[in-house]
Structures are given as structure tokens and as C-alpha cells.
Write a protein that binds this ligand. Structure first.
Ligand SMILES: Nc1ncnc2c1ncn2[C@@H]1O[C@H](COP(=O)(O)OP(=O)(O)OP(=O)(O)O)[C@@H](O)[C@H]1O
Ligand SMILES: [Mg+2]
Length: 260
């Protein structure tokens, strides 16, 4: 199925004199993994903040699953099926993995009737349903054996995976991932690649991936969008992006990415 699932139209965010996202347009097709790459300060996280409703757009539109979600509340956007992870880890350090996931489920528990009314996801009512859902989420990220461990004492790679499980708790059909591989070692990067592929293939999620780790981007993404100073300078397949002179000049040619 090749339908446009997320459509970004002429999106703009201005902070005083700085245009962080400048007339950005692109779309993501259902079931794909799309990369959003570019140098530090290019506007990638700002784009995520605009799409997920954390920050209001100066102008432009965000259409998700045929619904205009521009400047809607983050909670409404989550109910519509769009979730995100954060560039820094966003878990509660002092409580267990299981309890962190439970907190991620709270909106589904509290808004059961609303969610059922909009007809998109199941609400959670009984203790059994909640326990089953926690189990399912632990399984999705392969973290069952860490369930009782305090999030703050997990290895960094596991904390990042827990962040993904918490985002998955809202039962999204699309997930925005902001640098999930940052700070991970080689083995953790490999596990992350397997996890993201499994979210796509086994659970049918559509993914938009911001990442500086080019090997992961090139391996996973069907399509890549390149942002520099708020503007899209290129988009295409991994092979097209790797060989694009403007992208090499602005980003991939930097010594740390030269191996990509
Ligand atoms: N709340 C804000 N107020 C003012 N300027 C901001 C704000 N948020 C982001 N910016 C600026 O917008 C620009 C884009 O920042 P953004 O965080 O989106 O970049 P990024 O592509 O995610 O970079 P990185 O790869 O380092 O995470 C930067 O110049 C940043 O300083
Ligand atoms: Mg960022």
C-alpha cells in the first residue's frame, strides 16, 4: 500500500529572527521507514516538535491519516495514532521498567471511553487488561527480564528501548524517533536496528527516524529527507542520498559521516 500517511505542507517555525524550519514539505507513506537527516541545528527536532504538537507552527500544515492535526494538542495527536520518542532519555529513573510502562499506559486507562468513542484504539479498563498490555509492550522491545529493574540503573541502550516502549504504550500506528541510536554501543545499535525493523514488519508501524548514525539510516530507511538550516535540500533513496553532491557538501562529507 503506497498511500501518503503523514503529509507535511510548507511547515515553518520562526523563533524571533531564526527560521528553525523553513517551508518544509514532504510525505511519508504508510508502512515505510523514512529518515530525516541533517547537521546539528538543521531543525530536525523542531520538525518533530511541530508534528507532535509540542510546539506551535508559525505556518503550514500537518496532515496525519487524512486528518489535519496542525497545532492540535499533543494528547489529541497521540490519540490519533502518532507518537514520538525524545532525543534525551525520558524515563522515570527511580521506578521500575514495568512501572514506567504503566505510566505510559495511563492516558489509555484514564481516557478509555474517549478512545472507544473515537473508535481507534482499545481503552484499558481491568487490571488484567493492563497487565497483558504491559507484557505485550515488554515483549515488543524484548525487555521482559528487566521488568523489575529501576530505569535509572539500566544500561543506556536499554533506557532508550524503554523510551520506545513508553511511546508504543499509546498504541501508535506511526512513531517519530529522535536519535534513538545516540550514545549506543555497537551491539546496542545492532539490537536497535532489529527492533525498528520488527516494529515495521511485525507490528505494521510507519516510522520517521531522525538519526546521525548513517549506517543505521542507510540500512533501515526506504526514503531519506535531508534538512539543512531548516530547509529540505534533497530527498530520495539511500543510494541517491549517499551520492548527492549537495548532501555530501553540507553533511555527509564531514569526517564523522564519511564512512556512510
Ligand atoms: N525553543 C527554541 N527557541 C529558540 N530557538 C530554538 C528553539 N528550539 C530550537 N531552536 C533553534 O532552532 C534550530 C534548530 O534546532 P533543532 O533542535 O531543531 O536542530 P536539530 O536538527 O534537531 O539538531 P541536532 O542534530 O543537534 O539535534 C537551532 O538553531 C536551535 O538553536
Ligand atoms: Mg535534535
Amino acid at each position: 500500500m503506497n498511500s501518503d500517511y503523514l503529509i507535511i505542507k510548507n511547515l515553518r517555525k520562526q523563533y524571533g529572527g531564526l527560521v528553525a524550519v523553513d517551508d518544509l514539505s514532504f510525505s511519508v507513506q504508510k508502512g515505510r521507514i523514512v529518515g530525516l537527516i541533517g547537521p546539528n541545528g538543521a531543525g530536525k527536532t523542531t520538525a518533530f516538535n511541530l508534528i507532535s504538537g509540542a510546539v506551535k507552527c508559525t505556518s503550514g500544515k500537518v496532515i496525519f491519516n487524512q486528518v489535519d492535526i496542525t497545532n492540535r494538542l499533543p494528547s489529541h495527536i497521540a490519540v490519533a495514532g502518532l507518537a514520538r520518542t525524545f532525543q534525551s532519555t525520558s524515563t522515570y529513573a527511580d521506578i521500575s521498567v514495568e512501572r514506567n510502562i504503566y505510566r505510559g499506559l495511563l492516558s489509555r486507562i484514564q481516557n478509555s471511553s474517549v478512545r472507544q468513542l473515537v473508535g481507534r484504539t482499545q481503552g484499558l479498563v481491568s487490571r488484567d487488561e493492563i497487565d497483558q498490555e504491559i507484557e505485550k509492550l515488554l515483549q515488543m522491545v524484548d525487555m521482559q527480564r528487566w521488568r523489575d529493574v529501576a530505569a535509572g540503573s539500566l544500561a543506556y541502550g536499554l533506557q532508550k528501548k524503554l523510551g520506545i516502549a513508553i511511546a508504543l504504550a499509546s498504541q501508535p500506528s506511526m512513531l517519530l524517533l529522535d536519535e534513538p541510536a545516540a550514545g549506543l554501543n555497537h551491539e546496542e545499535c545492532r539490537e536497535l536496528t532489529v527492533l525498528l525493523r520488527s516494529l515495521q514488519e511485525d507490528y505494521g508501524l510507519t516510522l520517521l527516524l531522525v538519526e546521525h548514525h548513517m549506517a543505521i539510516v542507510m540500512e533501515l530507511c526506504d526514503h531519506i529527507i535531508v534538512l539543512v538550516q531548516g530547509q529540505k535540500i534533497a530527498e530520495g533513496s539511500p543510494a541517491q542520498i549517499r551520492e548527492n553532491p549537495a548532501v555530501i557538501e553540507a553533511y555527509l562529507g564531514a569526517p564523522e559521516y564519511a564512512h556512510a
